[in-house]
Ligand binder design. Structure first.
Ligand SMILES: C[S@@+](CC[C@H](N)C(=O)[O-])C[C@H]1O[C@@H](n2cnc3c(N)ncnc32)[C@H](O)[C@@H]1O
Length: 243
């Protein structure tokens, strides 16, 4: 029988996109109950509900409203978010008997999910230090022992959206979190991560990409690096104007 690590590796080797990777993982694990934090237009939910027959319950957590304290490019105005919610409902309508919309920030709605019940939680909401801290702590207790927490934007650079926005701190915070709770964490391609909630507390960081060697933060604050990123941003902006 394959170990969880072998299963994860096989899924990684066969996958050709973020969606394909999670469809393979969710299928191989026969996930029945799951939650997604940060649903936006419902693209991820659509893919999983369409392709993964094992899913019986899918919680969709998102405020679908403008957030004054969220400094990220996906923070749109209220009208746009109303349209995104409608779009999500239309896209996932074919699986309406499986989905439950929990409209609100994680902290506002998470207690609607009983503890230790989810097979899988996918975190793709507020990617700042505040956001990932809240999401990992609050979702971890919702996942059953033996279940998984995965997520997006495990970005090697904390300046994923340039220094004009709050830094993205999924990486390295998720690794620190896994160490704190004694769990195994994988770095996956397409800037994804996966944490196994183990029965026996045992931390390890398995980097299947070979790209996450430095877990320190100080190199990200090197003024020269920040200057280079700002210049790249200016150059992208000027190229856009010239088109
Ligand atoms: C990058 S989008 C999600 C994309 C989606 N998972 C996909 O793959 O198609 C981020 C979403 O996180 C939501 N979000 C931001 N802060 C949040 C919070 N505190 N709790 C829950 N969701 C949040 C935003 O409203 C936005 O829709």
């Amino acid at each position: 029988m394959n170990t969880p690590k072998q299963i994860v590796k096989q899924c990684v080797e066969k996958s050709d996109s973020r969606f394909d990777l999670w469809i393979r993982l969710v299928d191989s694990y026969e996930v029945k109950s799951m939650a997604e934090v940060g649903v936006y237009k419902g693209d991820f939910a659509y893919q999983l509900l369409k392709k993964c027959d094992s899913i019986e319950k899918y919680f969709m957590i998102d405020p679908w409203r403008h957030l004054e304290d969220w400094s990220k490019p996906a923070n749109k105005n209220n009208n746009t978010f109303e349209k995104f919610l409608l779009e999500t409902k239309e896209k996932t309508n074919f699986a309406a008997n499986k989905t439950e919309i929990l409209r609100g920030k994680t902290t506002e709605v998470i207690e609607k999910i009983p503890n230790n019940t989810l097979d899988f939680a996918y975190i793709d909401g507020d990617h700042t230090l505040k956001g990932i801290t809240i999401d990992l702590i609050r979702l971890f207790e919702k996942v059953r022992v033996g279940g998984w927490i995965g997520g997006d934007d495990f970005s090697q650079s904390i300046w994923q959206h340039t220094p004009n926005y709050e830094p993205t701190l999924i990486f390295p915070f998720a690794v620190y979190f896994a160490e704190a709770v004694g769990a195994k964490i994988y770095a996956l391609p397409y800037s994804q991560f996966l944490i196994e909630k183990n029965e026996v507390e045992s931390f390890s960081f398995i980097d299947l990409t070979g790209k996450y060697s430095n877990l320190e933060l100080k190199s990200h604050f090197n003024p020269l690096e920040i200057f280079k990123i700002k210049m790249m941003d200016v150059s992208t902006f000027l190229t856009g104007l010239a088109k």
